[in-house]
Design a protein around this ligand. Structure first.
Ligand code: PMV
Length: 319
């Protein structure tokens, strides 16, 4: 029997990087881009293999290998161990439309889809809390010291206010908000940017600690603006957040250009989203200007743009 499972990408609306230091952040699932995993039975005794054509990998999962150097095999191992090491003969094909290194949570989404399909194959679906913990373990391999925001928003598939070691707060908005998302086409390593912010912070804890605290404060204001639909205020906070991220040295020439372009084309505000130094930007747009903003962003160098309407489409909690 064939099984399939999927998980969405994500964007961070406010608070990346500071969230690693315990400040709050806001993240939204982005279901237009997804990772999917399909599992089909394979010949008896062949064990579990993973095929990821997008990245040209064919991997065999060795349950007892304690030093997996690949996130896919590590994710499969963790899932199999959590499920009591069932003896399975399975070929799992992974596909993803989420740009790798794009700040869209590709790693967490692939892990979530892969673990889900393994659990379906043994007819013991994970509850979200359990899956979230397992995906977080794999995130440590991807990111070093992840805050846990990516795995949480992707596994829950709901917009969240997130703070490390605090209760996660899913939220809804009163009226739909339109975001334009633009991918710079430049993949970047979150492990590296998070590490560089750490070095900056250690070099001057007063100065950089104050920038991280300012980001934390604007996220708290942003939560209210988001819920009450104060789009001008929310946009302004996003732009301020971008400026603070620049001070943390994690913007780049193209990200700055895309943020400025979105603003000149009529966005309420815009910022880089995710790890930075590449990846994507997110702009809050008046609905009637969203197409124009998208076109301007592509002219300014974005390789791809998408619309994300928060509060419009019902989210599917299962996938
Ligand atoms: O995976 P990315 O690039 O979307 O970045 C995640 C957000 C960071 O705050 C930069 C890191 C983290 O673990 O929270």
């Amino acid at each position: 029997m064939m099984h399939s499972a999927s998980a969405p990408g994500k964007v961070i609306l406010l608070g990346e990087h500071a969230v690693v230091y315990g400040y709050p952040a806001i993240a939204i699932p982005f279901g237009t881009m997804r990772a999917t995993a399909k599992a089909v039975p394979s010949p008896s005794g062949s064990g579990v293999s993973i095929i990821a054509r997008d990245v040209g990998r064919a991997l065999h999962v060795h349950l007892d290998d304690d030093t997996p150097d690949n996130a896919l095999t590590y994710a499969a191992q963790l899932a199999l161990r959590a499920l009591g090491k069932p003896s399975l003969d399975l070929t799992i094909e992974i596909k993803s439309s989420i740009p790798i290194g794009g700040g869209f949570g590709s790693g967490a989404a692939v892990s979530a889809a892969l673990m889900r399909v393994i659990a379906l194959a043994v007819e013991r679906p994970f509850v979200n809390e359990e899956l979230n913990q397992l995906v977080f373990e794999v995130e440590k391999m991807h990111h070093g010291t992840p805050s846990g925001i990516d795995n949480t928003v992707i596994v829950l598939n709901q917009p969240i206010f997130f703070q490390k070691d605090k209760l996660i707060q899913p939220f809804k908005v009163e009226s739909p908000l339109t975001f334009v998302i633009a991918y710079s086409g430049v993949p970047a390593s979150t492990r590296e940017t998070v590490g560089d912010v750490r070095k900056l912070y250690q070099s001057n804890p007063d100065h950089y600690g104050s920038i991280l605290a300012q980001i934390g404060a604007l996220v708290t204001t942003g939560q209210n603006a988001l819920q009450t639909g104060e789009v001008h205020q929310l946009g302004e906070l996003m732009t301020q957040n971008h400026r603070l991220l620049r001070e943390l040295t994690i913007s780049s020439e193209i990200l700055d250009r895309l943020v400025e372009t979105a603003q000149s084309a009529g966005a309420f505000g815009a910022k880089l989203s995710g790890g930075g130094r590449g990846g994507n930007i997110i702009a809050l747009a008046p609905p009637e200007k969203s197409e124009g903003i998208s076109a301007a962003l592509r002219t300014a160098g974005a390789v791809r743009t998408w619309l994300l309407i928060l509060g419009e489409a019902p989210t599917d909690p299962k996938t």
